[in-house]
Design a protein around this ligand. Structure first.
Ligand code: PHE
Length: 355
């Protein structure tokens, strides 16, 4: 004969479970099956019964327990699914909504030129080198065959600092040539380096800024000749100006650290500013075979090793390539100018096919 109390407990509990929300369901579970829950108490009570009675009663209480457990689980599944559906509806993404514009910056033309130069010389297996902006006068001048009080120092209007490094005067490097010295002092040939970086001279007008950028190049090895210098620079200039027929001219010049020294000119039209056309020449970089004194100053035997060096002004070639008339615009951080002359960060630096 089933216990009417148990039957009632089951009917009432099942009804309550069916109507419960999540917190009520948890309260019901605790009240029925928790440590001091009603069904738990019924199960505990079985322990003090005699075996005969416990058998019948045990079966009945356990069936009640299974039924209630199943009802609780079924209701929990229903509630969980409802909660998930509500979240999916509330958090739906509208894929037809127009994207919000993203503010993306541009690559500064100076940085772009440095990247392009690095790509072109990188293809010729040059390594990029860096050096300090503050130098002592041995790295900037002395080792480069420009002794103190030599008139050649006046070629570069140098900023001297009110300080010294060791017992040598400290200065802002007027050219990146100091890094060829640092490299030759610390490395053995063969050397093939490119040194883009900031340089400083006391000069300020539409085509000069007290801070500007140069890139030095240096190649040292056995049997390096003027032919290598010419081939390397012709390839570079034709790649950079993206013109395989760009006229290039080498003109004898003077630098204390190279012998012979050459200024390099490219063909252009003075009237229109067009590069590679017209019968005019435009000076674009300085170069030469590294002076034997410079090699010796750096501990390299000039009878065994030869090499060439060059220096190119980054602002200058950037202005020419992109038709920028005033160098001061590079540093004004005018956002409209930067948007107009800047480059997409996604466009890779171009490499000339011939390289
Ligand atoms: N250092 C020279 C300058 O700043 C450029 C140069 C570099 C010339 C290397 C010859 C060789 O004007």
């Amino acid at each position: 004969m089933p216990d009417p109390d148990l039957t009632r407990l089951r009917t009432e509990s099942e009804a309550a479970i069916l109507g419960a929300d999540a917190p009520a369901l948890e309260a019901l579970r605790v009240g029925l099956l928790g440590k001091s829950g009603q069904i738990t108490a019924l199960l505990k009570a079985l322990g003090i019964m005699d075996p005969e009675a416990r058998k019948a009663r045990g079966a009945e209480v356990n069936e009640l327990k299974s039924a209630i457990t199943a009802a609780l689980e079924a209701r929990k599944t229903v509630l969980d699914e409802a909660a998930l559906n509500a979240a999916l509806t509330a958090e739906r993404i509208d894929i037809s909504a127009p994207p919000r514009p993203e503010a993306s910056g541009t690559i500064h033309p100076i940085s772009r030129t440095m990247e392009e130069i690095a790509a072109i010389f990188g293809a010729m297996e040059f390594t990029i080198k860096d050096g300090p902006d503050i130098e002592d006068d041995w790295y900037a001048f002395g080792a480069l065959n420009i002794p103190s009080h030599h008139p050649a120092r006046a070629m570069m209007d140098t900023f001297y600092l009110n300080a010294s490094i060791g017992n040598r005067p400290a200065l802002l490097r007027p050219h990146t040539s100091s890094v060829q010295i640092r490299t030759m002092v610390s490395e053995k040939p063969p050397i093939r380096i490119l040194v883009p970086g900031r340089t400083y001279r006391s000069d300020h007008d539409a085509t000069h800024s007290p801070m500007f950028h140069q890139s030095e190049g240096l190649v040292i090895g056995e049997g390096i000749t003027l032919g290598h210098l010419k081939g390397c620079l012709i390839d570079f200039l034709r790649a950079f100006f993206d013109n395989p027929n760009l006229p290039v001219r080498f003109r004898a010049s003077y630098f204390p650290f190279t012998e012979p020294s050459m200024e390099v000119d490219i063909g252009w039209n003075r009237k229109t500013g067009e590069i590679g056309a017209g019968g005019d020449w435009l000076e674009i970089l300085g170069s030469g075979m590294v002076h034997p004194n410079v090699l010796a100053n750096c501990g390299i035997d000039p009878r065994q090793y030869q090499g060439f060096a060059f220096g190119v002004g980054i602002e200058r070639i950037t202005m020419l390539k992109h038709g920028i008339a005033d160098l001061r615009l590079f540093y004004e951080s005018d956002i409209r100018w930067l948007r107009h002359y800047g480059f997409s960060p996604l466009a890779p630096a171009a490499l000339h096919e011939g390289i």
